[in-house]
Design a protein around this ligand. Sequence first.
Ligand code: BGC
Length: 336
Amino acid sequence: MISRRLFGAHNGREVYLYTLSSDKLAVEVCDFGAALRALRVKTDNGETDVCLGFNSVADYLASDSYCGATVGRVANRIGGGRFELNGVEYSLDKNDGGNCNHGGFDGFDRRLFRAEVRGDVLALYLSSPDGDRGFPGRLDLRVDFSVDGNKLKITYTASAIGADTYFAPTCHAYFNLDGEGSGSALGNVLKIAAEEFLPLTRAHLPTGERRCVSGTAFDFRTDKPLGRDIGQSDSQLLEADGYDHNFIISAHPCASAFSPRTGIRMELDTDLPGLQLYTANYLCAGGGKSGAYNARDAFCLEPQYFPDAVNVPAFPSPLIKAGTTRSNFILYTFFE
Ligand code: BGC
């Protein structure tokens, strides 16, 4: 079942919150940023909201956290805010030091999508014009959200119109399975099916190395509390103030998380090749649903292409050829 209510306005247009419900879940999606704003898991003890979100459009605009948003055109960093495609150099916004991060200054997280309810599916549409934030070609995007029992599925379907272009989405949801607003998420227990991760330079760009997780703080191949190794004097953790790294997915489902406090478990799967683990190291935001949020109050598990993939030929390419369409999905399953 899908219902909607008015959330606010943006540039004179109304912004709505859509609630997708089943017997197990109630998921709120905002058409501003195609953002996941709440995810209430229904348990025997009532409902626990496991997803951070804000109380107004103004609070979303005031934050640079990409809270719950659909990120685009390209999630994560693009080194030097530039790339070359078909012999042409493209220059993007440099909104992260010298890099372009998460699509630039005015990425998809700050756009109002057009919504259509199609049965049990909420379809959110955005047409990104040729040259948007420096990216070539028009990109027509449809993001489908659907809830079925204990599952939430997000599907991104993008078409390149008129020119080849890049598209590398993610859902930037901030989770705390202890419950949104309950403080630090470092007690959440995580498992990531990755044998290797991508070490970063100081500028948060991949060094090119694929490092084995074995024997490092990045080994999440078996259940481990997020906070267990985060304080290790590993130069990768020190540079990023915690985890902010891409893991190379090696099996499916690609990750799971568990709260010993609430007993809620989340399983994650995707057809994207990488998974960014970000322990909300820079989160510092007012306007949160249950008050201000602080660093480490949540974790993000962002399925995505590898960082700077548009400039690294060895990485899977997020290219979409002109006149073609590509789909990717993210699937969350909740257990209690
Ligand atoms: C990045 C972080 C960044 C955060 C908010 C994450 O996906 O990896 O470095 O601070 O998004 O932009």
